[in-house]
Design a protein around this ligand. Structure first.
Ligand SMILES: Cc1ncc(COP(=O)(O)O)c(C=O)c1O
Length: 355
């Protein structure tokens, strides 16, 4: 059986199926006539209130979308002309969307402390900075607090519009949570997107944006012409889940399940690949980033890996170097992770000299 270290989705045991089934029934019973009809374009009102309260902003600034990728599209549609600055590597879907739209894209490298803020400072003006500061997809790295503060100051000084994409922030296994750019900058230039995909369930398709009140009401027309009304049944089901106080305990449960998988992957890498590759050590999220010796091409390795029954995503899909790749520890079981890394390591050992 093929072991997928490619899929950035939660393992089935992360999903609170029974609880959501019960919440869906109760949401329909309680508010069925509202949520089964067309309704508020910017999202189910009680959910907008819950999200606003959580982030300390009025609900008028919250736009609940069908997943946070939708939020990216909405922000993009609201931009003026100019380049979009992204991290290198960065999440492949926004990258593809930007190139497909013919946007000028400026890539700025990341290192173990996240985005290179000096390089950003040296860069000229831009229409937007798209950044994933916490447990980044694909690298798993987190922007350090010092860089967050410098970035927030730079954004203010340059009046640089930012989209802070933060679906993984709460999926923290250890260490101290860092302030978001939204918190540090206050939300004048920073638009913030997040999602319940990683903390509850991606199939709900509930993401959200926090923007200025003016931009939120400006997005109303676009949201209406995209889907008339977002998926209110899912939003009300999720709201019932939150109202019952199930969110925090579910996030803890998900973190426990994923911590074990992250630990298993790090142990397997240390055991099987020490001296032959380098990798990031994320404190949360779904992914880590593997750097092979420079003469090894991850896309070629993938062709051989597929024959050996293990998959991953080559780093070039994210704008990374040919010798890099993304490993997801979120989906398969710990035993499969150990087996998958073992299969991968054999292929690397047969192809590479030690680094
Ligand atoms: C960084 C990042 N942003 C956004 C998304 C989209 O998530 P969703 O549309 O499910 O909220 C993902 C999904 O993997 C992601 O990794």
């Amino acid at each position: 059986m093929t072991i997928s270290l490619a899929r950035g989705i939660p393992s089935p045991d992360c999903l609170p199926v029974e609880e959501l089934a019960d919440c869906a029934r109760e949401a329909l019973r309680r508010d069925g006539q509202t949520i089964l009809s067309y309704g508020s374009t910017l999202g189910y009102e009680p959910l907008r209130e819950w999200i606003g309260e959580r982030h300390g902003v009025p609900p008028e600034r919250v736009v609940v979308t069908n997943g946070s990728l939708q939020a990216f599209h909405f922000v993009l549609a609201s931009l003026g002309p100019g380049a979009v600055v992204v991290e290198r590597p960065t999440y492949d879907r926004p990258r593809k969307i930007l190139f497909a739209e013919g946007r000028e894209v400026t890539e700025i490298a990341i290192d173990d402390d996240g985005l290179d803020v000096d390089a950003l400072e040296a860069n000229g003006s831009a229409a937007l900075l798209y950044t994933i500061p916490t447990f980044q997809n694909p690298s798993g790295v987190t922007l350090s607090e010092e860089r967050r503060r410098r970035l927030a100051a730079l954004v203010r000084e340059r009046e640089l519009p930012v989209l802070e994409d933060d679906p993984y922030g709460l999926v923290r296994f250890e260490g101290v949570p860092l302030p978001s750019l939204l918190e540090l900058e206050g939300g004048e230039h920073v638009r913030y997107s997040s999602s319940f995909s990683k903390t509850v369930a991606p199939g709900l398709r509930v993401g959200y944006l926090i923007v200025s009140t003016a931009l939120a009401s400006g997005l109303q027309g676009l949201a209406a012409s995209t889907y008339i009304t977002p998926g209110l049944v899912a939003q009300a089901t999720l709201h019932e889940f939150l109202r019952r106080g199930l969110f925090e305990s579910n996030v803890r449960r998900v973190c426990d399940l994923l911590r074990e998988r992250r630990d298993t992957m790090l142990e397997a890498l240390e055991h099987d690949l020490a001296g032959r590759a380098r990798w990031s050590r994320p404190e949360g999220g779904y992914f880590l980033w593997l750097e092979l010796p420079e003469d090894l091409d991850a896309s070629e390795l993938l062709t051989r890996a597929q024959k050996s029954g293990v998959t991953f995503v080559p780093g070039t899909d994210f704008g990374g170097e040919p010798n890099t790749l993304r490993l997801a520890f979120s989906y398969v079981s710990p035993d499969e992770i150990t087996e998958g890394i073992g299969r991968l390591a054999k292929l690397v050992a047969s192809a590479a000299a030690p680094v």
